[in-house]
Design a protein around this ligand. Structure first.
Ligand SMILES: [Zn+2]
Length: 436
């Protein structure tokens, strides 16, 4: 570990990972040394993830909550590296040729106002509103103040997709991408892109913390990740939440005045969200191989060389459908992806590059991905895996291009249930608000 300064920035390490001389150096330069666990009300808590350690009949208790990030035992000590880092001044931070729409610009104004007041802020923007572009001026303002920024999402795919875009527009700023599967080991960068999980390894580390897709799995209902989001910003730092389908707790926080809010009903191209067309199937999806009613639609799309996404609730349903698809349409080119698929990113890329006509997927691609000129189809839309939020996000994959704003969305199901009804109603309502 030659460049030990590279480990700075509010990062939490286990002392046993350092040699005594490295440790001396870190402490001399402002790192804090702490016990790895704390006792409160006769309960034992982990100092890194702040979760309670449930006692086991063993001599040295350890934290099982954050064990994926390395074992922390009661007899360990932690070291937290300093955060007062001097970042170099640049002539121009943001190098972006694009232009914000009037709505985006209004949102940016509110966001920058919140930044000045160190106020936490929520951006509730419909899918395809261009919320990523809206954070560029915020990041720029933070960098100009020599501050440090983290952009996090619960979903690794979202981080991976964002990384090159951020590098592109901030070419002279150090940007790091950190997640469980990345090869890159921690080093100090002014912009950090990471999964929310990685925030467990930080304390009071960021001036601006941006959480994208705040309502998505696995963040929803995960206490440890919520604690990580709370402890990662500096005391005077701000947290920005981005979502097309914000969770109730954030909307409640807005009502209580703990959070300011920007709402964007309009997509960046000014056209409405495609509203789903609903189709009742009288028989199973796999009736006669592939349900004849659905086959009509597939035939039509193949005839028109229309590219399409098929969403499935579970991997086995998708796999057996894929088999039928190959059998019935031997010339159709497609890929299938799921969370368990090691080749996922490469396959998505093949679809993006139009090397295949269709992509079969689970909810793993419900957000964070943008394709143009595609028809979006949800199969078994009545399955429990498709929550209202999920259906809205999936429908939001369509119509994202300026020249294909009217892409079709279809929901196929056997039972018209509450999720489907609420998702359609909410999309309709968002469009109504956008017209106001
Ligand atoms: Zn822990």
């Amino acid at each position: 570990m030659e460049k030990i300064n590279e480990l700075y920035g509010g990062r939490i390490f286990n002392v046993k990972d350092f040699t005594p001389s490295q440790l001396n150096y870190l402490i001399k330069n402002g790192s804090r040394l702490l016990e790895a666990t704390v006792k409160k009300n006769n309960k034992l808590f982990c100092r890194r993830c702040l979760m309670e350690i449930t006692k086991l009949p063993i001599p040295y208790q350890y934290c099982r909550n954050c064990i994926n990030l390395g074992k922390i035992s009661v007899n360990n000590q932690l070291i937290i590296t300093p955060t007062d880092i001097k970042y170099p001044t640049q002539d121009q931070y943001l190098q972006w040729q694009g232009q914000l729409t009037t709505n985006q610009a209004n949102g940016v104004r509110e966001l920058l106002m919140a930044f000045k007041k160190h106020q936490d802020h929520l951006i509730w923007a419909v899918t395809g509103a261009g919320k990523t572009e809206m954070i560029f001026p915020l990041i720029e303002a933070a960098l100009e103040d020599h501050q440090r920024v983290a952009i996090c999402s619960p979903r690794v795919d979202v981080c991976i997709e964002l990384f090159p875009r951020i590098q592109d527009v901030f070419p002279n700023t150090t940007v790091g991408l950190f997640h469980g599967k990345s090869e890159e080991s921690y080093h100090q960068t002014q912009i950090v892109l990471a999964t929310v999980h990685q925030l467990i390894r930080f304390e009071k580390a960021f001036d601006v913390l941006i959480i994208d897709e705040v309502d998505s799995y696995p963040l929803a209902g995960n206490e440890m990740l919520h604690k990580a989001i709370k402890k990662a910003p500096k005391t005077k730092g701000m947290t920005v939440y981005l979502s097309a389908t914000p969770p109730q707790e954030l909307l409640t926080a807005v009502k209580k005045g703990e959070l300011t809010l920007t709402k964007l009903y309009q997509r960046f191209h000014g056209h409405p969200l495609p509203e789903p067309q609903c189709h009742l199937l009288f028989k199973n999806l796999n009736f006669f191989g592939i349900n004849p009613r659905l086959r009509l639609k597939i035939n039509q799309m193949i005839r028109h060389k229309q590219r399409f996404m098929l969403f499935f609730p579970q991997i086995p349903t998708m796999k057996s459908f894929a088999k039928q698809l190959t059998k019935l349409y031997p010339t159709l080119t497609f890929v299938d992806v799921s969370s368990k698929d090691e080749q996922r990113l490469a396959k998505v890329q093949r679809f993006r590059e139009k090397k295949v006509q269709a992509i079969l997927t689970t909810t793993i691609l419900e957000r964070g991905v943008t394709f143009k000129k595609i028809t979006v189809i949800v199969l078994n839309a009545d399955a429990v895996e498709f929550s209202k939020t999920s259906l809205i996000q999936i429908a939001g994959r369509a119509g994202r291009g300026k020249d294909s704003f009217d892409d079709e969305v279809h929901f196929y199901y056997q039972y018209y249930n509450r999720q489907i009804k609420q998702a359609c109603a909410e999309i309709h309502e968002l469009n109504r608000q956008a017209r106001k």
